[in-house]
Design a protein around this ligand. Structure first.
Ligand code: AMP
Ligand code: MG
Length: 330
C-alpha cells in the first residue's frame, strides 16, 4: 500500500482537489464551484479555464490543510487527463505536472470516466468488481462492464445528449437555474410524475441511450399548454420529465444486467445524485452500490481513487503529458 495521493480534477467548471490515504479513504475532498456560469445558462469553456487558474491553487491548499498534511507527505500526484473541456483540463494538467516535477513525485494520468467508476472503490465501503456501472453526467451517459479496478468495457452510450444535459436543458425550458438537475429534482418533488407521458426511447436497441426525443417532447408539451397553463403545471411537467429520464436509465441498466447475466450494479456521475434514480437502482433487486452524492458529481477524490490502481507516468511522459478533449484516446 502506497502513501497519500493528491489529486486534481478540472475537466469542467469545478476546481477540485482531494487527498486520499493509501487505503482508499478520503482525507479531504475540496470542490470549488465557479458559480458564474448560471448567468449564461451553461458552462462557458474559456471562462471555466480562466477560473481554474484562480481557484485551483487555493483548492489544493485547502485539500492539504483539510487532510492535515503538507506536500512533503504526499507520495503521488494524480490528474484528470480527459475527456472534458480542453482549456479547463490543461490548467489541471499543467498544475499537476509542475507540482510533480518540483517535488520529484510520480504523476498518474486518469481518465475522467474511469474516475466516476472508481468513486465506487473508495473506502470505507469499497465495491469490488465485477459489476455493471451506469455513468450519467453532464457530458456522458454510458453503461460499462467493470471487471477490474483499472479499466472498463463500454456496453452502450448515448446517441445524442447526455442525461445531465437533458436535465439541464429541460430545467431551462421550465425557467429553472443552471445546473438544472438539482433544481428540476426539487420542483419534481411537488408534481405528479404520471401527469404527462414523455418518451423513454425504448426503440433504441441494446444498451444505447437517446435523450433528444424526451427534450423535444417537453418543448412541445410546454408550447401546447400555452404560457399560463405551462406555468401552472410546471411541477407536473418536471416530475413527468424526470421520471422519463430515470426510466430510460434504469431500463438500459436492466437490459445490460440481463444481457450480461450479472447481479451487481453501481452508478456514478452527477445524475447519480438524483434521489429518484438512486431509489430505482436500489429497488432493482440486485446488489447495488451508490456512492455518496458528493462523490457522484465531479470531484477529485474519485480521480485519486482511480489512480490507486493505475501505473505512474514515465519520467518523460510526466513532463510532456497532454490533455484530451474526447474519449477517443481512452
Ligand atoms: P458531472 O458532469 O458529473 O459533474 O454532473 C453534472 C450533471 O449532473 C449536470 O448536468 C447536473 O444537472 C446533473 N445533476 C446534478 N445533480 C442532479 C440531480 N440531483 N438530479 C439530476 N441531475 C443532476
Ligand atoms: Mg463528470
Amino acid at each position: 500500500m502506497s502513501g497519500p495521493i493528491l489529486a486534481i480534477e478540472t475537466s469542467c467548471d469545478d476546481s477540485c482537489a482531494a487527498v486520499l490515504a493509501g487505503d482508499g479513504s478520503v482525507l479531504s475532498n475540496v470542490i470549488s464551484s465557479q458559480g458564474i456560469h448560471d448567468r449564461y445558462g451553461g458552462v462557458v469553456p474559456e471562462i471555466a479555464a480562466r477560473h481554474h487558474l484562480e481557484l485551483l491553487t487555493p483548492a489544493i491548499q485547502s485539500a492539504l490543510s483539510d487532510a492535515g498534511l503538507g506536500l512533503g507527505q504526499i507520495e503521488r500526484i494524480a490528474v484528470t487527463q480527459g475527456p472534458g473541456l480542453i482549456g479547463a483540463l490543461l490548467v489541471g494538467v499543467g498544475q499537476a505536472k509542475a507540482i510533480a516535477a518540483a517535488r520529484g513525485l510520480p504523476l498518474v494520468a486518469v481518465d475522467h470516466l474511469q474516475g466516476h467508476i472508481a468513486a465506487n472503490f473508495i473506502s470505507p465501503e469499497p465495491f469490488e468488481p465485477p459489476f455493471i456501472c451506469l455513468i450519467a453526467s453532464g457530458g456522458h451517459t454510458l453503461l460499462a462492464r467493470v471487471e477490474d479496478h483499472s479499466s472498463f468495457i463500454t456496453l452502450g452510450e448515448t446517441l445524442d445528449d447526455a442525461a445531465g444535459e437533458a436535465f439541464d436543458k429541460g430545467a431551462r425550458m421550465l425557467g429553472l437555474p443552471f445546473p438544472g438537475g438539482p433544481a428540476l429534482e426539487a420542483l419534481a418533488a411537488t408534481g405528479d410524475a404520471d401527469a404527462f407521458d414523455f418518451p423513454t426511447a425504448r426503440n433504441v436497441k441494446g444498451c444505447d441511450f437517446s435523450f433528444a426525443g424526451v427534450k423535444t417532447a417537453l418543448l412541445y408539451a410546454i408550447r401546447d399548454l400555452g404560457e399560463k397553463d405551462a406555468e401552472r403545471r410546471r411541477a407536473d411537467l418536471a416530475a413527468s420529465y424526470q421520471q422519463a429520464i430515470v426510466e430510460a436509465l434504469v431500463e438500459r441498466l436492466s437490459r445490460a444486467l440481463e444481457a450480461d447475466g450479472g447481479d451487481r450494479v453501481a452508478i456514478g456521475g452527477g445524475v447519480a445524485a438524483n434521489g429518484s434514480l438512486r431509489a430505482r437502482v436500489e429497488a432493482l433487486g440486485v446488489t447495488s452500490h451508490i456512492p455518496a452524492r458528493e462523490l457522484c458529481t465531479d470531484n477529485a477524490a474519485m480521480i485519486a481513487s482511480a489512480a490507486r490502481f493505475l501505473p505512474d507516468c514515465s519520467q518523460q511522459a510526466a513532463l510532456t503529458l497532454d490533455a484530451y478533449p474526447s474519449g477517443a484516446q481512452r
